[in-house]
Ligand binder design. Structure first.
Ligand SMILES: [Zn+2]
Length: 451
């Protein structure tokens, strides 16, 4: 039975150690050094976000790495990459092809938000491309001088996401990366088949929702969407959805097209008004080889969930402006997910004071964000929110779609762990202190943890 350890930075290994440089007892800023087989491997190079304490300097241990392995393209796992390359670090970067493409889109976006000149962004992207080696899932690879192998396994979180398995003569380590919920739309589930030919010295397990049980099923999600969309259709009104570009937007499109296909909602126009969401959606569409059976079957029957008849894309800013003027029932999906910027702001300026409009939140709204403020004002029965220097009365219908989580809950995490035979030690990360301790207690109650 494995020993499970919470909020711990260093885990010893037979031929080295694993040292968490970030996300030790918080969710963001993932960065881990795995020293095994005579080499120093860095797994992820993320930034801290939201309320988590800011990391100013890149740790020296990151710059000493012989190679960087990326689990997926969310900024809390890759956002410090520009800083790393900027320091002159020129070693190989290993990731899946899809992760590379998503990294490019998301780093380009974050660098241009930080107002870096275009030529510097281009130079960074070129350097990144030079250092990257892309790998397919379940292929054993190595880096020069490593006495062992590295393999990426499906993690089912976002396109290209992976758990990373590192095997040397003496040690075997599995880094979970972020793990997506089983039976989520579009992507295959996280890997459940692990070889049992030798012990696993350490699993590093994410615990974003280590304290939670997801209560909402697919049917709940579709039921809520059905009600909101049909209601807006009857009133010829708009539904504004602030959406996260990577993963959430594509899953939302999947649900909407499924409801249209089942004739539970009419063919309401769906505007994808997010340049980054558009690029990521195109990346998803090019990577059909990574889809799950259900989605591939739908495509085979002529129903592409990311490319349906009533979906239209809004590329230019002036077209987004025109969209704001248009009348009639319509769903507008625009970034950013917590209303901190992006094209959703313009839509909210028009929509929030309008009692006919619905604003539908599809993800967690961080404390202090405009998205959270809108929810608080609505819950208090009225008030205003400041946007673009204007105090806007919140009269729109404010709704929340629950259940679209991209992370496993505690039952699913324990199930994932249970699929790995012969685990000796589990180190928790990527969760706050309460989530890690709650997961530890949950595992112990079920007779899993002895530590
Ligand atoms: Zn993630």
């Amino acid at each position: 039975m494995p020993e499970i350890v919470a909020c711990t930075a260093v885990h010893p290994l037979p031929d080295g150690e694993v040292r968490l440089l970030g996300a030790i007892d918080v969710v963001t800023g993932s960065m881990t050094r795995v020293d095994v087989g005579g080499k120093k491997l860095l797994v992820d190079c993320g930034v801290t976000q939201g309320k988590d304490p800011k990391r100013k300097e890149l740790p020296e241990e990151a710059k000493e790495a012989d190679a960087l392995l990326l689990t997926h393209g969310h900024l809390d796992h890759i956002g410090s990459l520009p800083q790393l390359l900027d320091s002159g670090w020129d070693k190989p970067i290993l990731c899946t092809r899809a992760t590379y493409e998503i990294c490019r889109i998301s780093l380009e976006d974050s660098l241009s938000m930080a107002r870096l000149p275009d030529r510097e962004i281009t130079a960074f992207l070129r350097q990144f491309e030079r250092q990257v080696r892309t790998l397919a899932y379940d292929v054993n690879a190595t880096v020069q001088g490593l006495k062992g192998t590295i393999a990426f396994r499906d993690a089912g979180h976002i396109l290209g996401s992976a758990s990373i398995e590192i095997c040397t003569d003496a040690s075997r380590v599995i880094m979970s990366g972020d793990l997506g919920r089983p039976n989520s739309p579009i992507l295959r589930d996280a890997n459940s088949r692990w070889s049992d030919d030798r012990d696993v010295d350490l699993v590093v397990l994410e615990t974003t929702y280590g304290a939670r049980s997801h209560e909402h099923t697919h049917e709940d999600i579709e039921g809520t969407l059905e009600r909101i969309v049909n209601d807006a259709w009857k009133r010829r009104a708009k539904v504004l959805i602030p959406a996260f570009a990577i993963g959430r937007t594509q899953v939302l499109l999947w649900f909407l097209s499924d409801l249209v296909e089942k004739k539970r909602i009419p063919e309401i126009p769906v505007a994808l008004d997010t340049p980054m969401g558009l690029l990521v959606t195109e990346t998803y569409k090019r990577a059909k080889r990574l889809y799950d059976r259900e989605t591939l079957d739908r495509i085979q029957h002529g129903d592409d969930p990311l490319d349906f008849d009533s979906l239209f894309t809004v590329r230019r800013g002036k077209d987004s402006f025109r969209l704001r003027q248009s009348e009639g029932a319509m769903i507008v999906i625009a970034g950013s997910g917590m209303c901190t910027g992006g094209r959703i702001i313009g839509h909210l300026v028009d929509g929030l004071p309008d009692p006919e409009t619905t604003v539908l939140f599809v993800g967690h709204q961080g404390a202090g964000t405009p998205g959270r403020r809108i929810q608080e004002v609505a819950a208090a029965g009225g008030g205003t929110v400041r946007f673009d220097g204007e105090e806007l009365p919140v009269r729109a219908r404010i709704e929340v779609l629950r259940g679209l989580s991209a992370h496993m809950d505690r039952h699913e995490l324990l199930g994932w762990l249970g699929n790995i035979p012969r685990v000796k030690r589990v180190g928790l990360n990527h969760g706050d202190v309460a989530a890690q301790n709650a997961f530890l207690a949950f595992a112990r109650e079920r007779g899993v943890a002895t530590g």
